[in-house]
Design a binder for this molecule. Structure first.
Ligand code: PLP
Length: 372
C-alpha cells in the first residue's frame, strides 16, 4: 500500500516504538504511586513533558498532557470561557477550523456564548481587516489554526495573537498540523498539539499554556497534571509522545526539505488539468489538496484501494458530507466532490509518490472517458 494520508495520521516512528516498548511490556507502575517504580514512571513522564515543551519552541508556559488534541481544544475553549472576566462572552473563530474547535464553539453557543465564525478568502486565508472589525471588549477568546488539516493553508498566527491581545482577549491556536512539521508561531496563549500527527502514538495530545492563562479544569478527580487535568497518566503514551517530539525537533528541517521535493514531484507526476485548492504561497507543502473538473473523488478512492488518500479530513470523509473547508473557499458541491487530498511526509519515497500520482491521473482520465 502507498500511504498518502499524513494529515489523518502518520506511521509510528521506529525510534518511538523502541522508546515505548519497556513501558508497554514491563514498566507498568502507576506514575502517581509513591513506590520506586512509580517514581521512575513519573520521572519518565517529566522527561517527555520537557521534550514536548522544547519541540514547541514556545517560552513562558508549560505543557499538560491530554487524551487527544480534541480534548486539549475542548479544555482550552470551555475552561477559558469559564474563567473569562465578566462581560467577555464572545468567541471569534474561522469557518475553516477543525470540528474540534467549531463543534465545541457551537456547544458553547448553545450555553449562551456569542459566537462569530469568520469567512475566509478564496485562497483560504483570513482577512485581518475583517478580524479587526470584529474584535471588541466583549471578546474572550480568538481561535485560529496554524496549518489547515484539509488544505494545508497557513494563517498569520502571530499577527492574530497580537490583535487578540490588544483587544484584551486570549488566543487559542490549533497547531496539530503544524507541530513538528514547521516552526510554531509565537504569540498564542494556548496551543493544542497531538502525538499521532508526528509519528507518535494515538490517544495522547497536549495543551501548551502560557503561565497565568491556564483554563479551568475540564476533568476533575485525582488532581494529576499539576491539578489541572485529572486522570492517571499513561507513561507509555507520554514517553512515545516525548520521543516523537524530540525526533521531530531534530529532523524538522530535513523532513521539510524532503516534503518540498515530494510536492514538486507530485505536481509534476499528476500532470495538467488539476487545480490546487487553497493558497500555494501560504501553505504546508505536505498537503496537496487538488481538484479536477468532473472527477468523482469517492469513486477514485474506491478504484485505487492500494493507495491510501482521502477526500478531506478523516471526519468529513466518514460522514459523506461535503467538506466545510472547501465550501468556505467558495467551491460548489461538484467542485468539492471532485477534490482529493494527498498527504505525504518523512517516510514517503519519491518513487512511490510519483507512481501513485501517475495512477491517480490515469484513473481520472479513464473516469472522464467513461462518463463522456
Ligand atoms: N485539529 C486538527 C487540525 C486536526 O487535524 C486534528 C486531527 O485530525 C485534531 C485537531 C484532533 O486531533 P486528535 O486526533 O488528537 O484528537
Amino acid at each position: 500500500m502507498i500511504y498518502l494520508d499524513y494529515q489523518a495520521t502518520t506511521p509510528l516512528a521506529p525510534e518511538v516504538a523502541r522508546a515505548m516498548q519497556p513501558w508497554i511490556e514491563e514498566r507498568f507502575a502507576n506514575p502517581h504511586s509513591p513506590s520506586r517504580w512509580g517514581n521512575e514512571a513519573e520521572a519518565a513522564i517529566e522527561v517527555a513533558r520537557k521534550q514536548v515543551e522544547r519541540a514547541t519552541g514556545l517560552k513562558g508556559g508549560s505543557v499538560a498532557f491530554t487524551g487527544s488534541a480534541t480534548e486539549a481544544i475542548n479544555w482550552a475553549l470551555k475552561g477559558s470561557i469559564e474563567k473569562a472576566p465578566k462581560g467577555r462572552n464572545r468567541i471569534v473563530t474561522v469557518a475553516t477550523e477543525h470540528a474540534a474547535v467549531l463543534d465545541t464553539c457551537e456547544w458553547l453557543a448553545g450555553q449562551g456564548i456569542d459566537l462569530t465564525v469568520l469567512p475566509v478568502q478564496p485562497d483560504g486565508r483570513l482577512d485581518l481587516d475583517l478580524l479587526a472589525r470584529e474584535l471588541d471588549e466583549r471578546v474572550a477568546l480568538v481561535a485560529v489554526m496554524q496549518v489547515n488539516n484539509e488544505i494545508g493553508v497557513t494563517q498569520p498566527i502571530s499577527e492574530i495573537a497580537d490583535m487578540a491581545h490588544k483587544a484584551g482577549a486570549l488566543m487559542l491556536c490549533d497547531a496539530v498540523q503544524a507541530f513538528g512539521r514547521v516552526e510554531l508561531c509565537k504569540g498564542p496563549d494556548l496551543v493544542a498539539v497531538s502525538a499521532h500527527k508526528i509519528h507518535g502514538p494515538k490517544g495522547i495530545g497536549a495543551l501548551w499554556m502560557r503561565k497565568g492563562k491556564e483554563p479551568a479544569s475540564l476533568l476533575h478527580g485525582g488532581g494529576q497534571e499539576q491539578g489541572l487535568r485529572s486522570g492517571t497518566q499513561s507513561p507509555m503514551l507520554c514517553v512515545g509522545f516525548g520521543a516523537a517530539a524530540k525526533l521531530a525537533e531534530e529532523r524538522c528541517t530535513r523532513d521539510y526539505d524532503h516534503v518540498q521535493k515530494l510536492w514538486t514531484a507530485a505536481v509534476e507526476a499528476l500532470g495538467p488539468r488539476w487545480v490546487i485548492n487553497g493558497s500555494t504561497a501560504h501553505r504546508y507543502k505536505g498537503n496537496l489538496n487538488i481538484r479536477r473538473e468532473g472527477l468523482d473523488g469517492a469513486r477514485l478512492i474506491a478504484d485505487l484501494r492500494d493507495i491510501a488518500f482521502s477526500l478531506g479530513s478523516a471526519c468529513a470523509s466518514g460522514s459523506g458530507r461535503p467538506s466545510h473547508v472547501l465550501r468556505a473557499l467558495g467551491l460548489d458541491y461538484r467542485e468539492s466532490r471532485s477534490s482529493i487530498r494527498l498527504g505525504f511526509g518523512r517516510y514517503t519515497t519519491r518513487d512511490e509518490l510519483g507512481d501513485a500520482c501517475r495512477r491517480i491521473a490515469a484513473h481520472a482520465v479513464a473516469q472522464e472517458k467513461l462518463d463522456a
